[in-house]
Design a protein around this ligand. Sequence first.
Ligand SMILES: Nc1ncnc2c1ncn2[C@@H]1O[C@H](COP(=O)(O)OP(=O)(O)O)[C@@H](O)[C@H]1O
Ligand SMILES: [Mg+2]
Length: 235
Amino acid sequence: MLKIEGLEVYYGYVMALKGITFQVKEKTITALLGANGAGKSTTLNTISGLIRAKRGKIIYKEKEMTHEDSSRIVKAGIVQCPEGRMLFPSLTVKENLLAGAYNQTKRTSVLEDMEDVLKLFPILSERRKQMAGTLSGGEQQMLAIGRALMASPQLLMLDEPSLGLAPKIAEQIFDRLIMLNKERDLTILLVEQNANAALAICDYAYILETGKMGLSGKGKDLLQNPLVRQKYLGA
Ligand SMILES: Nc1ncnc2c1ncn2[C@@H]1O[C@H](COP(=O)(O)OP(=O)(O)O)[C@@H](O)[C@H]1O
Ligand SMILES: [Mg+2]
């Protein structure tokens, strides 16, 4: 569904992505792992069209998207749930969800989509009139995912959804992602520092190492890999 070929990205003169290549197959959960500063967010932001690649290609459904603008990328079905959630803290849950539907034109389908999201995260339904800034960390993450779903993604990219959450809450978030993938055929590109959790739920994973692609393989295989265990799983 998505092919990244030889992607190079710079911040000024500093090369953040040094020619990375990977792919996301349709209907899979694909994980992009790596330590802090490895280039995970840069990768997602480049796919979303927020940062420009210097070299390389982004191909989505056989079409080159490397130089497309971000609003067209969202329209094409690639939607990012950003690191740090980026909610509007003084807007309500409902208003934040509606903000995610800015690219939708039919009002009726927007309302249906919102009901759908509220079913997926019932706690958000209870809190629909509450300001986003007053929610717990886990609820805010659910809202950030819900807002991304309001843009009707075919490929949902999540940047560290478990960051700062208690393990139990993170587990609930991962459960929802599995459900979206299995029951709604949503393709997911999951960026995580929590390698253990991500490898356990993904079909395939890639490990970024300071802007270069390192090991890759099936999630279950990488979980067993001694090198991965030593370096990323603290075993
Ligand atoms: N806006 C920026 N300006 C300059 N350097 C940046 C910027 N954003 C990220 N970097 C650098 O690029 C590298 C990759 O960062 P990032 O993609 O955020 O990593 P990750 O998401 O894996 O933690 C890091 O060395 C980081 O310091
Ligand atoms: Mg990051």
